[in-house]
Design a protein around this ligand. Sequence first.
Ligand SMILES: NC(=O)C1=CN([C@@H]2O[C@H](COP(=O)(O)OP(=O)(O)OC[C@H]3O[C@@H](n4cnc5c(N)ncnc54)[C@H](O)[C@@H]3O)[C@@H](O)[C@H]2O)C=CC1
Ligand SMILES: O=C(O)C(=O)Cc1ccc(O)cc1
Length: 354
Amino acid sequence: MKKILIIGLGLIGGSIALGIKRNHPEHQIIGHDKKEVQKLAKSLGIIDETIPRLEQIQEIDVIILAAPINVTLEILGQLSQLELKKDVIITDTGSTKSQVMEKAIKVFHDKNVKFIGGHPMAGSHKSGILASDVNLFENAYYVLTEENSELQGILSGLHAKFIILNPEEHDKITGQVSHFPHILASSLVQQSDDYSKEHPLVKNLAAGGFRDMTRIAEADSTMWTAVLLSNPEPILNRIKDFKAQLDEISEKISLKDEKAIKSFFDTGKKIRQGMEIHKGAIPNFYDLFISVPDEKGVILRVLALLQDISITNIKINEENREDIHGQLQISFKTEKDLVRAREIIEFATDFKVA
Ligand SMILES: NC(=O)C1=CN([C@@H]2O[C@H](COP(=O)(O)OP(=O)(O)OC[C@H]3O[C@@H](n4cnc5c(N)ncnc54)[C@H](O)[C@@H]3O)[C@@H](O)[C@H]2O)C=CC1
Ligand SMILES: O=C(O)C(=O)Cc1ccc(O)cc1
């Protein structure tokens, strides 16, 4: 049995606690957060114990920091002043790594502490303990700054895929594919809001594409302010590069260069189709998208038609169209199952299948 302390019991801290318990019910999980959050986490059974103040933690084997990055930086300083168990493992979950690693090296260099930077590459625009989910990290990458079999064993119940990256490389990559998209999403909704003052129907006509592009604009502002402030250079570099990309497409539009515009979209489509995100969270899974009408029992009807085929996941994606109620996304284990399912649906219904 190990004693594991999680500091910050929000979406990530709570989900990690649940994930650890899945494979290691023998470990004791102790949580630290605001009093009312600790109480809630304990009453929900997400943690076993609470500690109101960060003191007397010399029996803790592993400390996981899951607070906003600015708070994590402060807590690292605090922890270095406390008496800790010899060879304690300390890790964090912050969305940036360079600053955290620098601070950890500075404060723990003369201590018997093993600090390993960490970042689970999955999450949500939701925050707080009530959003925690044992399956949040299923098949997601989990960046560590170095291999550590003990920590990886403790986190095995998260079902994540560990990957080792140095902090600078990590911050450049996440600057591009995680931090910058959050800036774009928020800019897009703010630009649309400004424009709606002149054109009030803007908000009514925003469709699925706008929704998909802007979901993360609802993410927590405290957390994202800390992320941007702790990764300024890579992010400013991506903004500059993106401005040049916008200038390039602007030029093509001004020149009415049909071929270049088509090629712009073809290139984007091909790249996205080749990216891992396109394959979904579960590897080797084959998706069928069925546009279903707004009729009672329609989902059960589809499932009944596919009852002899093994289905691995079902998702209902809402559509904002009058004629289409939603898009049913059904995942199969094999391409053969996908092809058979498509044939059955096309034969038995007039639903659009993709
Ligand atoms: N939200 C996401 O999708 C992801 C977030 N991360 C990183 O994980 C960390 C946590 O993020 P979330 O769980 O989403 O945030 P959250 O807002 O859901 O939870 C953060 C928790 O930290 C607590 N906290 C704040 N100051 C504290 C202090 N001084 N002592 C103890 N607890 C304190 C808050 O009360 C809150 O419960 C952040 O560093 C973030 O960059 C990493 C991957 C994904
Ligand atoms: O909401 C989403 O889709 C995310 O992109 C979640 C996320 C947020 C922050 C991270 O550091 C990693 C993942």
